[in-house]
Ligand binder design. Structure first.
Ligand SMILES: NC(=O)c1ccc[n+]([C@@H]2O[C@H](COP(=O)([O-])OP(=O)(O)OC[C@H]3O[C@@H](n4cnc5c(N)ncnc54)[C@H](OP(=O)(O)O)[C@@H]3O)[C@@H](O)[C@H]2O)c1
Length: 277
């Protein structure tokens, strides 16, 4: 399989999953544009063997519009978009301020939406394209003390299901990748809500225990290396599925158990797993 010069945009390519996908596709002959908020305006990192790094903040309409316009002016095509940029927010629902919750949705839900709204007209014009939204197992199973992270990924799942049907007749394919725990900077970059970080929080013990299970699972998880291969496989699939779960069997089986177990039993096992009493 090879890229044949196809143009790919990967948001959040400065680290972790995005960096790994961008690097893999580059090796396979794709023209890869990766984004970072920290890059200087314009294009950077045009050395051979490196993705072209583009400044983009998915929270900003202007930044997304200008980034995608720059790619279009240069390449005259945009074949694949991987909506990957995102971060984790931890804290009890009660102890998360609305502004913290909104910021989570701004990046993890409205971010991919902004990118889609700019990329779709170009893809329709070109008669096709592929959008891959990086969701999470937490987009299928809500995790205690990650309520707004889960909610934003659930929202992304719903949006993707609808969008996929709306754009099919234009030759545009839309899919979800749902990774389980992956070892990346995600753990260190996770934001803890201000109230949850206070020592007098009534949720303190449950929150700390549950967060530490989550952090350990991430740091003991696989590196994101294999995700590039999965993305390339999807690029070469004419009729891709809606969902691609990327997780060890032990985590994948939770999706099955959520479907078949009585809700109370499933919830009790999840609480036990995350040590919530
Ligand atoms: N790691 C996991 O266990 C896991 C599991 C399931 C799903 N995911 C999802 O996978 C995606 C990538 O996570 P990761 O594990 O690779 O985390 P990471 O190592 O922390 O990387 C996050 C990337 O997102 C970018 N980013 C964050 N906010 C941004 C914004 N407002 N605009 C543009 N870019 C932004 C960062 O770039 P700059 O800071 O340079 O801008 C960075 O490149 C996220 O959507 C996450 O929810 C991760």
């Amino acid at each position: 399989m090879s890229g044949g010069g196809k143009v790919v945009l990967v948001t959040g390519a400065s680290s972790g999953i995005g960096e790994s996908i961008a690097g893999y596709l580059l090796q396979k002959g794709y023209r890869v544009y990766g984004t970072s908020r920290r890059a200087a305006p314009g294009f950077a990192g045009e050395a051979p063997g490196l993705p072209i790094i583009l400044h983009m903040d998915v929270n900003s309409d202007d930044s997304v519009k200008s980034g995608i316009e720059q790619i279009w002016r240069r390449e005259g095509r945009l074949d694949v978009v991987v909506n990957n940029a995102g971060y984790g927010l931890a804290g009890a629902v009660e102890e998360t301020a609305l502004e913290e919750a909104r910021a989570q949705f701004e990046t993890n839900f409205f971010g991919p939406l902004r990118v889609c709204r700019c990329a779709l007209p170009l893809m329709r014009l070109a008669g096709g394209g592929l959008i891959i939204n990086i969701s999470s197992l937490a987009g299928l199973i809500a995790i205690p003390f990650q309520g707004f992270y889960s909610a934003a990924k659930f929202a992304l799942e719903g949006l993707t299901e609808a969008l996929r049907m709306e754009v099919r007749s234009y030759g545009i394919r839309v899919v979800l990748i749902e990774p389980g725990d992956i070892k990346s900077a995600f753990t260190a970059n996770r934001i803890v809500s201000r109230e949850a970080a206070q020592n007098d929080s009534p949720y303190r013990e449950n929150f700390r225990r549950s967060l530490s299970v989550m952090e350990k699972d991430e740091q003991n998880g696989p590196l994101p290396d294999a995700l590039g291969r999965l993305v390339e496989k999807i690029i070469h699939t004419t009729k891709p599925r809606l969902r691609y779960t990327f997780a060890p069997l032990s985590q994948k089986s939770a999706i099955f158990l959520k479907k078949v177990l009585p809700q109370r039993l499933f919830e009790a096992s999840l609480m036990q797993y995350y040590r919530v009493k």
